[in-house]
Design a protein around this ligand. Sequence first.
Ligand code: SOE
Length: 395
Amino acid sequence: MSSSGPLRVGMVGYAFMGAAHSHAWRTASRFFDLPLVPELTALAGRNAVAARTAADRMGWSSVETDWRRLIERDDIDLIDICTPGDTHAQIAIAALEAGKHVLCEKPLANSVPEAEAMTAAAERAAADGVMAMCGFTYRRTPALALFKQMIANGEVGTIRQVRAQYLQDWLSDENAPLTWRMDKEKAGSGALGDIGAHIIDASQFVTGQQITGVSALMETFVARRPLGGDLVGLGGRGQVGEDVPSGPVTVDDAAVFTARFDGGPIGVFEATRFALGRRNALRLEVNGSLGSIAFDFEDMNTLQYYDGTNEPGRQGFRRILVTEPEHPYVSHWWPAGHGLGYEHGFTHQVVDLVTAIGSGEQPTPSFADALGVQRVLAAVEASAGNNSTWQFVDG
Ligand code: SOE
């Protein structure tokens, strides 16, 4: 594939996700043939000095201190939104109305009405060839992409059960500082929206099925935390005490729920930031009539596969090292066995997005797909707020 010109990107935000996205924009065209070559044209952040420093470090050519200015610029084709959830809707809708493609971090929004407005804007823009995609990046981990292929090939037969966990532990310390990720106004929800959204998307992605209803429990274990956290939410320490200023945690620390899928399977989901010792364990297991597949992001280059059709006495889970050129995305990287990392999912996300834009096709997950996840998040909150009563997913 030969490239037919640049894709000039303007990115809003430059913390953890901004760094991951910048790496992807810089790298994608060096390892994959893309129809358009991404250019890191401008980065927007409110603090001019900090934004300039980040832009220089991450490779952006210019800086704006207001995202609106980014959208006004004629030399920007795509807006990449890496800010907290409370800003997603206004930035994405303004960008789409200005004819800019949009990549928006997950969860799509802080509420279903916002996500619906964004989806409507995306559908209007798509009529003019302007594309929008939500950044559920784990879909682009080769092992999870292979997981989906194996299910589609019938290698587990009829799916009966789905088991999904996203386990982190960075809030286990009650003196870990308060950040925007613990503020409902900014983040929408806590573990549920931040990491639960990933396993909702991943489970629907690999099975090709939608969650239709849930019964949930949510809990906040630490109600107040010391002030002074950074934007990323992973650094610093304080002590909640009489003379140390603290603030309320207004989101969930953990969310668990059972679910039904539209093709028949039942599911169990768990999202927590309090699973001591589990740093980033996004786990997914599917059990079908013929076999099972299991994945754990802490061992992200492998997949466990149990083939129930093997002869008795020879059965057992086998470990597939997902680093072969036959595996999704892998042939563009290193020789077999050399392994990929967290950042490669973001690079593959750019590859898939730019490829779709180049061919005029809708990239996935679309805003409509991400609205579907948002509706599951809302159903989980509604159920947890009503004594775990079964809640159907609207839409
Ligand atoms: C924090 O919990 C976080 O950075 C999430 O926001 C990301 O989506 C996930 O990839 C890693 O953890």
